[in-house]
Design a protein around this ligand. Structure first.
Ligand code: BTN
Length: 253
């Protein structure tokens, strides 16, 4: 089934901000803020990644957040991180057609095995209801952050242009990204997580190989077998299949 035509979101363009996700949280505190809205900034002074880590945000890369008040349960909203990753993968594939695009569970996008982009979902809600959702996306279009400043120094960072891709402005990149995210969100709304999971697995980096999953309190080793119907990673260990909802993956050389 072809998803419905997406509702275009308006775009708020900022020169500099602490974090587009933080700005989204401030904007949504005003019930009159119309959504959906993209917030993009040329530069962030306190860009953030998963687990409260910093996201280096020099000028020239894309920093953008889609803010919405989706009428969906938190578990379904969490699946939109897969929609965002697929949209980023489409963007990267279009900009760097000769590079290998991969998705590293849960929310990294790779070019030739190096990290080119990350996705950070933040939300608020109560009693199983979502009030708002912010989908923050950072794409290294032309600047590669210093390795010490990246979220996981074991994963080498890269940029689109550094991997042989086309140079575009953040505005151009956002137009392409917004279009692809609208597509994947509409598909999710029409058909659920199934087609997104299939598309995501088609781009999954490290699937079928031995990996380490670093949880908050331990490290599990095993074979990366699948991503299940809830979005959890399935790791085959000597003790059996483990379903992992949150972890950092490490691919041993
Ligand atoms: C990660 O890899 O851990 C996710 C990084 C997400 C970075 C983006 S940049 C735009 C938005 N604003 C932020 O402060 N973070 C996200």
């Amino acid at each position: 089934m072809t998803p419905r035509a997406p509702v275009p979101a308006r775009i708020v363009k900022l020169d500099v901000v602490d974090s587009t996700n933080a700005e989204a949280a401030r904007l949504v505190a005003d019930p009159a803020t119309p959504v959906p809205v993209w917030i993009m900034a040329r530069r962030q002074t306190a860009g953030r990644g998963r687990h409260g880590r910093a996201w280096a945000s020099p000028e020239g890369n894309l920093y953008a957040t889609l803010l919405d008040r989706p009428a969906m349960a938190p578990a379904a909203a969490a699946q939109l991180s897969f929609a965002a990753c697929l949209a980023v993968a489409d963007l990267l594939a279009s900009l760097a057609p000769s590079a290998r695009v991969g998705l590293k569970w849960p929310n990294d996008a790779l070019l030739n095995g190096r990290k080119a982009a990350g996705v950070l979902l933040e939300s608020s809600g109560r009693a199983g209801r979502l009030d708002w959702l912010a989908i923050g996306i950072g794409v290294n279009l032309e600047n590669v952050p210093a390795r010490e400043s990246v979220i996981d120094p074991r994963v080498a960072p890269c940029s689109v242009t550094g991997e042989g891709g086309r140079r575009v402005t953040p505005d151009e990149a956002l137009a392409m990204l917004a279009d692809r995210l609208a597509y994947w969100k509409a598909l999710h709304a029409a058909e659920g997580f199934g087609p997104l999971r299939t598309a995501w697995l088609g781009r999954a980096a490290g699937l079928g190989t031995r990996i380490e999953a670093r949880l908050s309190d331990r490290v599990l080793s095993g074979t990366y077998e699948d991503v299940d119907a809830t979005g959890a990673l399935v790791l085959r260990t000597p003790q059996g299949a483990r379903r992992i909802a949150a972890a950092d993956l490490h691919f041993p050389d």
